[in-house]
Design a binder for this molecule. Structure first.
Ligand code: HEC
Length: 221
């Protein structure tokens, strides 16, 4: 029936294009439905988590870690439920990554704790013998940039209508309010940490990068 098509390269190419385009559209179309983005239960990052996300980007964690669980049994057994496009609705930029030197981190908040991250980030091989992950000691002395994180949250709220301050969503408020919220959130993490320098700095009102990145890692669920 399609013999004539096989003998006619032009129409064959058009046919191939149509079939692939159709398959592509069927795959992506559901993601454009209102119910798909954002996925129900997905919340924008709090200011502290955003500050941690900035550290994640700055220190290139995404060069070795992906944030995308593929729908294969080997992956879902290890990392949890496969990723849905609507879960990335508030990720700017997305951090899917393209290389897994280390494990996927999309749901790392479900199985690692503040205490584990604290020791691991300081010296990965003390937690996982033979680990080739670099140590990130500077995060224990560098102060997190809460102000830039607030500016980002404020911008995406005004420009992209990210639903901060709405029911069941993270509070943003004014800069003064946001600082108080970030400190209250950081307090819960610092309480679970051991490093005396981080605790001392926090008592002086400084939130170290390690606290922000742990807040971010814990939010990945
Ligand atoms: C050079 C590659 C590399 C970079 C860069 C890197 N990691 Fe890793 N990471 C690894 C490897 C390899 C492992 C597995 C061994 C281990 O747990 O230490 C790992 C493990 C982890 C784990 C444990 C995950 C699990 O499921 O057990 C976390 C959390 C983590 N990395 C966070 C980070 C963060 C945050 C950064 C950026 C500050 C980062 N990594 C940067 C290579 C890297």
């Amino acid at each position: 029936m399609f013999h004539w098509l096989e003998k006619n390269p032009f129409f064959f190419a058009v046919g191939v294009f149509l079939v692939i385009a159709y398959a592509g559209i069927v795959t992506v179309l559901p993601d454009f439905m209102e119910s798909a983005r954002p996925l129900k239960g997905t919340k924008p990052y709090t200011v502290l988590q955003l500050a941690g996300r900035h550290v994640y980007i700055k220190d290139s964690c995404n060069a070795c870690h992906s944030q995308m669980i593929r729908p294969f049994k080997s992956e879902t057994d290890r990392y949890g439920k496969y990723s849905m496009s609507g879960e990335y609705a508030y990720d700017r930029p997305f951090l899917w990554g393209s290389k897994r030197t280390g494990p996927d981190l999309m749901r790392v908040g479900n199985y690692r704790t503040t205490n584990w991250h604290e020791i691991h980030m300081y010296k990965p091989s003390s937690m996982v013998p033979g680990s080739i992950m670099p140590s990130y000691k500077h995060m224990f002395t560098n102060t997190a940039d809460i102000e830039t994180a607030y500016a980002e949250a404020y911008t995406v709220k005004s420009v992209f209508n990210v639903p901060y301050d709405e029911e069941d969503m993270p509070k943003l408020g004014t800069w003064e309010e946001a600082q108080k919220t970030a400190i209250a959130e950081a307090q819960l993490i610092v309480d679970d940490m051991k490093d005396p320098q981080v605790k001392e700095a926090f008592a002086r009102g400084e939130i170290k990068e390690i606290v922000a990145i742990i807040a971010y890692l814990n939010s990945l669920q």
